[in-house]
Design a binder for this molecule. Structure first.
Ligand code: NAG
Ligand code: NAG
Ligand code: NAG
Ligand code: NAG
Ligand code: NAG
Ligand code: NAG
Ligand code: NAG
Length: 515
């Protein structure tokens, strides 16, 4: 008895020791070049990029809908007196819930020196203290290479106080053979980025290389052949001055992966090589009072991208970019977007969904009080033929559009190639409500193109008032194809193509059951 209990005591001690040492090591932010090989990071996905990574391993065809989010357990050891020797030497005065200044860790902030290691050191320290704060002071410019602030063993509720500016290297070499993101926060609980600072991806050199682009948004080429609206940029080879390295992918500026209760507020994210702010496999996302800014002609520069994430709230944001201001992808539910200005950009989109015959599930999305100016689309749902799953329970309410090409779009024939095969399966759409959508359009007020085998159902329109910006030959009437629903009030212009009642076949219910 006594013998075995002393053995088990020893055993517990050993476990504690092991936990402590693994905590110690894994807290460190890792340099980007290593992550790509580790499986936990290869699950990251680029939007719409089906070339190599059609779906994350966790959410392959069979089970896309319930992100398997488990809160990483906090370390078994309490970190109070647990600061690394290196830090103690520096004689930081640790108060509880300590503050860690990146300058104290050797960051220069001169806009030239690579400060990645200093940030990694600051992170390693902050990681050990619950509700600690990393301070990135204003009036400094920090050059950071690709870096992951990774935290499966970090304490909860870390604050990244960003008041300075963080800029990306412009040399492609910094990104090795290709990375999905520049700055990553992963596997954290209660991470918060706040402040008046700027994250600048300095992406203009990347934008020139169109060979890496996701297919450009050529929605309109399917609808009408429009002059000038779909820019087919010609491939421009990467200039040799950029290192001559062939990149395999353009990085997202700031990405959160596999985290709980993520908040991003106050900051500006600009000129990303690709998407600006991405959430993947997150539960509880709050984004407000932020600015995203990149030129309207910068390819694939989505503003905010949500994927496999639940309980998302985005509000008080000014988003101008070269692709979707907000893009809601598969695996998202309970998303609320309100008081957002969008433009230039491609509008607010759900999708594209169901590419390469994948299953997609999106439900309970509300988009309200939006201003869109000079955008390609307004509110849009786009799905590929051949997919499965469903989009259910979507409300677009009080959307003010001005100079928007097509304010309201459902496109179940989304296709980036010149032709896509007609297929009978698709992502089912049901319960899509449009109310108080007003303003001016330049091409067509409403475009509903639903699948013949899987028509859209319960599409409702209420208080729609859309006027052509000017009369000309390129103005088209509203269009509906296999779209069932109700007009609650007269619309301007009249939309007469909506079909009353329900479609004959009953496949929709069956597909819903799968989500
Ligand atoms: C430290 O953080 C914890 C968790 O947020 C909180 O309960 C505690 O009050 C904080 N302590 C101080 C001194 O701020
Ligand atoms: C396209 O627009 C340009 C001017 O922007 C005009 O010269 C040209 O004729 C137009 N082409 C077509 C096919 O409408
Ligand atoms: C996230 O925040 C909510 C509300 O503040 C809280 O109830 C929940 O426990 C948090 N989740 C985690 C994993 O800490
Ligand atoms: C919004 O963020 C800015 C910094 O970018 C800050 O100065 C301002 O106080 C914030 N406003 C609100 C309402 O939080
Ligand atoms: C967004 O733009 C509006 C109008 O220009 C401005 O009042 C608001 O403060 C801006 N919000 C942010 C987060 O910058
Ligand atoms: C839908 O999402 C909202 C948040 O946007 C949430 O408050 C609400 O409870 C959700 N409804 C359902 C039925 O899950
Ligand atoms: C696919 O179906 C649509 C609608 O019926 C039709 O207009 C189009 O020509 C078809 N495309 C092909 C490639 O069969």
């Amino acid at each position: 008895m006594g013998f075995s209990s002393s053995r088990s005591l020893k055993f517990i001690f050993l476990i504690l020791l092991l936990t402590w040492s693994s905590t110690f090591e894994t807290c460190n932010a890792r340099r980007g070049k290593h992550w790509r090989r580790s499986t936990s990071f290869t699950t990251s996905l680029s939007k719409k990029n089906g070339k190599n990574h059609a779906n994350s391993p966790h959410y392959s065809n069979s089970k896309p809908e319930t992100p398997s989010l488990k809160a990483p357990a906090p370390p078994a050891t309490k970190p109070e007196n647990d600061f690394s020797p290196a830090l103690s030497k520096k004689d930081h005065s640790y108060v509880s819930n300590a503050t860690f200044h990146v300058l104290d860790f050797g960051a220069k902030g001169d806009g030239k020196t690579d400060d990645t290691q200093a940030f990694q050191a600051a992170w390693a320290a902050a990681c050990k203290v619950e509700a600690s704060t990393i301070v990135v002071p204003s009036a400094y410019v920090f050059v950071l290479g690709p870096v992951s602030f990774s935290g499966p063993y970090c304490q909860h509720d870390i604050v990244f106080q960003l008041d300075g500016t963080i800029i990306a290297p412009t040399n492609f070499k910094a990104f090795g053979s290709g990375l999905f993101q520049w700055l990553e926060f992963s596997k954290l609980v209660g991470i918060r980025i706040q402040g008046t600072g700027i994250i600048d991806g300095r992406g203009s050199t990347w934008w020139q290389d169109s060979s890496l682009d996701d297919p450009l948004d050529d929605e309109l080429s399917l609808i009408v052949s429009l002059n000038n609206t779909v820019e087919k940029s010609l491939p421009v080879p990467i200039r040799s001055s950029l290192g001559g390295l062939k990149q395999s992918i353009k990085p997202t500026a700031l990405r959160f992966y596999g985290s709980f209760n993520v908040t991003v507020t106050g900051i500006t994210i600009q000129n990303s090589p690709q998407c600006h702010l991405k959430f993947d496999n997150c539960l509880g996302v709050s984004v407000y009072n932020i600015t995203v800014s990149s030129p309207g002609d910068s390819p694939n520069t989505d503003g905010i991208h949500l994927q496999n994430s639940r309980d998302g709230l985005i509000h008080a944001a000014n988003l101008s970019c070269g692709d979707d201001c907000i893009s809601i992808q598969t695996g998202c539910s309970n998303v609320y977007v309100h008081n957002v200005n969008c433009g230039p950009g491609h509008g607010i989109s759900i999708g594209s969904l169901g590419r390469d015959n994948t299953k997609a599930c999106v439900s309970n999305v509300t988009v309200r009080n939006i201003n869109m100016h000079n955008t390609m689309n307004g509110v849009r749902i786009k799905t590929w033929q051949g997919g499965s799953g469903s989009v259910q329970g979507v409300l677009f309410s009080n959307i003010q559009v001005s100079e928007v090409q097509i304010p309201i779009i459902i496109d179940q024939f989304y296709c980036d190639k010149s032709t896509c095969k007609n297929q009978t399966s698709g992502v089912a759409l049901s319960g899509i409500t449009y109310e108080r959508i007003r303003g001016t359009y330049t091409v067509k007020p409403v475009h509903f193109a639903c699948s013949e085998s899987l028509p859209c159902t319960k599409v409702t329109l209420n208080a729609i008032q859309l006027k052509p910006l000017q009369k000309n030959d390129h103005i088209y009437d509203s269009f509906c194809w296999h779209t069932f629903g109700v007009l609650y009030s007269a619309t301007v212009p009249p939309i007469e193509c909506l079909q009353a009642g329900k479609p004959f076949n009953n496949r929709i219910q069956a597909d819903h059951d799968l989500c």
